[in-house]
Design a binder for this molecule. Structure first.
Ligand code: NG6
Ligand code: CA
Length: 506
């Protein structure tokens, strides 16, 4: 009896360790502001994206996939926590000196991967706040809490966005290349005496000029949002951001090739200021916005090459998607509008970044697992909110005790084994929206209808909106009046979803 028991125990150990060695690595390539029409595999002809296209061709290319919100911070918040950002105050677009928005006690995607035995890293755009309190970070010391406290073993990040100060890389929560004799000061309230700004010193704007906003501190001949002083040796060069963060992503892959790892790789492309490296300039006829897409695709290629070099390509799932839909003029004179021509970043959809309409949250979404999946275009309805629960299932982590997650296990849809996906997706672009396979509902909202600066139809309306997505995916014909029952069903979905959040202990 005892011998049999020992034998079984031994067998169980072998099976478990075999499982460990085959746990797939996960690389999440999270693009910034890339629209559903911006890649050639989604129909773009004015730009070629061969690396992204290859992932799509050999994997699952989703046509009805959604970020949680039509701006960055709430989308990333939801991706990392599995909770809809709209349940929580303070999850809107964050300032560059915002305190950490996800509190260290929260359960997160990265913590889940650690529980599964993974090494975890966050590389690239962060935009989720850092430090205890807004405006109180010590940019010259250890900035905490930060990625580590929410589960990332390694981090090499931009504190917020390319257009927000401080314009520095932060590695493991310390500013890289900082000269202690030239400390960094940051303010989102007022300028530091004597420091030039885009508003007062346009003659210093040698690289890009703002079209709206972005007229505060000047770094590298580009004016930004917010004020900063000092840290000269630590300032990034916009044309090298893609190379810098891609190099760090690749290094992380190489250093961890023998362990299961989760890499969140948030690209700066194609957020403003768009200022790609000279070797990408002119690769499209669309100017910096198009060239930044090519630069993004280059980064994708470098990640794929690194995985191949390390011989782990077949054991790595690459998920490629975007934090929100596209915008053409997002605040700099980069000729994006003039040179757009027939290119349609939003594909056949209405709206874009900031909008409740489809192009705000319907984003490119590709899942590739070497040659392990049956390549297909999928119409399954999927949302980034499900990353946490789906990855928990994949890695065998029990998250049932985590309170009131909005994240659902949709692994089968993500891997192309279920063609349907979710019953509905909740979106947020100022209003809450519900999208089913057939209908789209937008809650009434008193916000403005149109933003002339970014040329965005925001999808706000003081009356209920309902669109029949089967015949009107462009959302032009509001049929709420004649479909009261459907409207009632959509409102009921929202009522239930909102009620779920009541009393969340977070
Ligand atoms: C807006 C910025 C825009 C961009 C956006 C955040 C102005 C006028 N516009 O407020 O340029 O930074 O915030 O983008 O300042 S996101 O992709 O990070 O959500
Ligand atoms: Ca974004």
């Amino acid at each position: 009896m005892r011998i049999i028991f020992t034998f079984l125990l031994g067998l169980a150990t072998i099976v478990l360790s075999a499982q460990n060695t085959t746990k797939p690595n996960i690389v999440l390539i999270y693009a910034d502001d890339i629209g559903i029409g911006d890649f050639s595999c989604y129909g773009a002809t004015a730009v070629k994206t061969p690396n992204t296209d290859r992932l799509a061709k050999e994997g699952i290319q989703f046509m009805n996939a959604h970020s949680v919100a039509s701006t960055c911070t709430p989308s990333r918040y939801s991706l990392f926590t599995g909770e809809y950002a709209w349940r929580r105050k303070g999850t809107g677009i964050a300032a560059g000196d915002a305190g950490m928005i996800i509190k260290p006690h929260r359960y997160t995607l990265a913590k889940m991967f650690k529980q599964a035995g993974y090494v975890t890293a966050a590389v690239g755009k962060w935009h989720l706040g850092l430090g205890e309190e807004t405006g109180k970070q010590d940019w010259n010391g250890l900035i905490t809490p930060g990625p580590k406290e929410i589960g990332f073993d390694y981090s090499y990040i931009m504190a917020a966005t390319g257009d927000r100060v401080p314009c520095v890389y932060v590695e493991n929560q310390r500013v890289v290349n900082l000269d202690p004799k030239d400390p960094i000061q940051v303010s989102y309230v007022k300028n530091f005496p004597g420091e030039p700004t885009g508003k007062d010193n346009p003659e210093l704007l040698t690289k890009l000029k703002p079209s709206h906003g972005h007229d505060m501190s000047i770094v590298n001949g580009i004016s930004r949002i917010g004020y900063m002083k000092g840290g000269k040796s630590a300032l990034w060069e916009d044309e090298s951001i893609a190379d810098s963060i891609t190099t760090h992503a690749v290094q992380f892959i190489e250093q961890n090739k023998s362990k299961p790892f989760f890499l969140y790789f948030g690209t700066n492309d194609i957020h403003v200021p768009r200022y790609p490296h000279p070797r990408f300039v002119g690769k499209t006829d669309m100017g910096p916005r198009g060239d930044a897409i090519v630069q993004f695709d280059y980064s994708v290629g470098e990640v794929i090459k690194a995985l191949e070099r390390c011989d782990i390509r077949e054991n790595t799932i690459i998920i490629l998607t975007s934090d929100n839909g596209p915008v053409v003029d997002d605040g700099y004179q980069d000729e994006a509008v003039q040179r757009l021509k027939n290119h349609k970043p939003w594909g056949p959809y209405r709206g874009g970044k900031y909008s409740n309409f489809e192009a705000g949250t319907r984003v490119p979404f590709i899942v590739n697992w070497g040659n392990k999946l049956i390549p297909q275009k999928s119409e399954a309805l999927v949302s980034q909110i499900d990353m946490l629960a789906s990855m928990a299932r994949l890695t065998g982590v029990d998250i049932s005790s985590v309170k009131e997650l909005d994240s659902e296990d949709q692994l089968d849809a993500w891997l192309g084994r279920d063609r349907k996906g979710r019953e509905y997706v909740i979106g947020f672009g100022g209003s809450l929206t519900v999208l089913t396979h057939d209908w789209k509902y937008i809650e009434p909202n008193k916000g403005r209808v149109y933003n002339p600066l970014t040329n965005t139809e925001l999808g706000n309306n003081s009356v209920e909106q309902l669109y029949d997505m089967r015949k009107d995916r462009g959302e032009y014909d509001n049929v709420a009046e004649e479909n009261k029952i459907i409207v009632g069903m959509m409102k009921e979905i929202l009522r239930k979803e909102k009620a779920k959040g009541v009393g969340m202990d977070l």
